[in-house]
Design a protein around this ligand. Sequence first.
Ligand SMILES: [Zn+2]
Length: 264
Amino acid sequence: MMGPAHSLSGAAAWLAVGAVAAGMDHAMPWPTLVVGALICAGAALAPDLDHQAATISRAFGPISRLLCKVIEHLSHAVYKATRKAGDPRRAGGHRTLTHTWFWAVLIGGGFSAAAVYGGRWVVLGILFVHMVLAVEGLLWRQARMSSDILVWLLGATSAWVLADVLDDPGNGKDWLFTDPGQHYLWIGLPIVLGSIVHCLGDALTVSGCPMLWPLPIGRRRWYPMGPPRFMRFRAGSWVELKVLTPVFFLAGGGCALGALGVIG
Ligand SMILES: [Zn+2]
């Protein structure tokens, strides 16, 4: 899928988590719901860090372009080192390492630990990166037409404001994990979820997604998971734009109302 569909499905997925959490007596304060949805929307672009033409490689100018190059080489190296006889040779690392459950858990856990131990500036940094990505994903066309600096300013101000809102007692920094040493521990959850939702979205497209690596399936370790062929579509096709995008939008809206206790 393309950036906007990935981000929108990420936001909808977090709103769905919000609705489920409300049903299980762990209702999110509204800032957790909103910030989590934006983080998840941003994190849903991140697996394409292995692809230099992806939205995310342009998001932070030369820094993200360099990071993209490094991650593509790393992914390719891991692919070559771990492939089994049934996995084809390939020229690059796109849709390998960063498109697995393993990577999702690794970076989600990493960001949670950083937020808990790193304090306010690390939380601000995590929010900034994901707010910029959320803008790139959700406001794709607008972000392309405006300058990078404007998008970064928007990311920085929203990160600053949202961190202040979350910080107020009862406003969400201690959602789900309530002990004093666990503030912001939840911040890795929308990051894991965003990565997984990205993989599920890619699995629906023609080439599939090797989500289960490193678990071997038959003679392959990088088996491209996905539904039966006839249910798949091309990235950027009418199914994605005219069917899935409105579905994500409506589902997300419905879940948001459930999460806030307006319905259900
Ligand atoms: Zn992808």
